[in-house]
Write a protein that binds this ligand. Structure first.
Ligand code: ZN
Length: 131
């Protein structure tokens, strides 16, 4: 059973892929859009300041179990996104999804099936097999 939103989204993207119909354009636009996601995150730190990055070496005790590791691993993020930065990042992620769906449409791949298959893979693997 597929996700209707995902399938409709891919169909809509396929219809809107007029200016960038070539797979080369879509591939390069996907790469560009991921850079814009990164840039929007960086802007939330360096231009807005709602987020801070405080990074250092991850310190994990040698005897920590795999399940305990999650409690030691840091995101290196401090603060939280303000509404403006949150909106900007969401827009950039939306553009990335657009071009990802575009690649799927051009290659006749079903994005929804890919998401379902990946989700099933994660559920099947379980946390112990993600090392
Ligand atoms: Zn902000």
């Amino acid at each position: 059973m597929g996700n209707k939103n995902c399938q409709q989204f891919q169909s809509a993207v396929a219809e809107y892929l007029v200016r960038h119909r070539s797979v080369l354009d879509v591939i390069s636009k996907l790469q560009e859009s991921t850079a814009h996601v990164n840039r929007a995150i960086v802007n939330s730190v360096t231009a807005c300041g709602c987020l801070k990055i405080d990074a250092s070496k991850q310190l994990i005790p040698n005897d920590a179990t795999f399940l305990e590791m999650a409690s030691y691993m840091q995101t290196h993020l401090k603060g939280s996104l303000c509404p403006t930065c949150s909106e900007n990042i969401q827009e950039e992620i939306g553009d990335t999804l657009f071009y990802l769906a575009g690649i799927c449409a051009l290659l006749e791949l079903d994005l929804d099936k890919i998401i379902c298959k990946e989700n099933e893979r994660l559920e099947t693997l379980g946390i112990y097999n993600l090392t």
